[in-house]
Design a protein around this ligand. Sequence first.
Ligand code: ADP
Ligand code: MG
Length: 346
Amino acid sequence: VAYVPHPRNLGELQLIDRIRNRASSKPFSALRLGIGDDCAILKPPPHHDLLVTTDFSLEGRHFNRNWNSPASVGHRTLARGLSDLAAMGATPLAAFLSLALPKSAARNSTWLDGFLDGFLALANLHNVPLAGGDTSESPSNHILADIILLGSAPANRALRRSTAKPGDLLYCTGALGGAAAELSTSSKKRKPSSAASNPLLSIHYSLLPASPHLFPQPRLAVGAALLRRRLVTACIDLSDGLSTDLAHLCTASNVRAELDLAQLPLHPFAAALDEAAQITALLHGGEDYELLFTASPSTKIPRSVANVPITRIGRILKPQKSKPQMSITTDNTRFELHPQGWEHLT
Ligand code: ADP
Ligand code: MG
């Protein structure tokens, strides 16, 4: 594609106006200046650290227009970033959104309007302003959305994945495998779900997500409560799947983990799968956006935090040369667990 330097085209400016008109105009204490100038101006609360995370949502890799409605793409784009803040116990301050839209989606605002429906419903739910971004017509046929989230946490208290201790117990929020199960059904249908209406508008957000793949629920209230109540030693969000994210936590903390398959909370969506597919969804299915955390055995972990159920799923141990980093027990048989796989332990 030939590169011709050019000023913003009219289409792009109109899209930015559309976004600006729909972004919340209500005042946010941390946001001094939002969309409209060269930069946004933020003032984080005193005695807090600033946390920053960025995530791409790429068509064909993170979503597919055949089964993700525009509202689902908007919701998921923001949810990915919010979940990273939740994992560290942070409170969101502001979101920034960079969008590249192919000509077809840039010249007709239907797709963008649907995207903003999903994005802004979730933003309003969690009280996070859309404070800026960038918009461009893309020379390719693929939609690209990049989300940047800023959050704050009390100074030196953000939760980390590197601080689990041998002897700790391992917990997760909500239920697992729902997103993988829903994706396998909706990708077979090959058309955006008729539940394109956002279930967040009709159900209370703290229950298990009714549509875990299309509209996952980042666990911000849980993360903030775990931090505030000093309940956890380490925390990570489940974006890549339990086996992968637990390996990240174990590596970062230099510990090993033992899981018990019977204790893993299966999302009701995954209950319809056959048993092998259920186990795969539980252990390796990604994008549930639940939290995985560790706590000292002397800490009493409530059965639910911020109305979200908490389940004990295993324990953390000292690393040992003769033992795998992760193992899982089922029917009195122990398996070695790998990121995205498992094998019989001999
Ligand atoms: P500049 O050229 O000075 O970087 P832009 O013309 O790209 O500014 O954007 C104008 C204003 O609109 C800025 O405040 C920018 O943050 C905001 N903006 C542009 N695109 C988006 C978007 N996709 N989402 C939110 N705000 C956006
Ligand atoms: Mg500028």
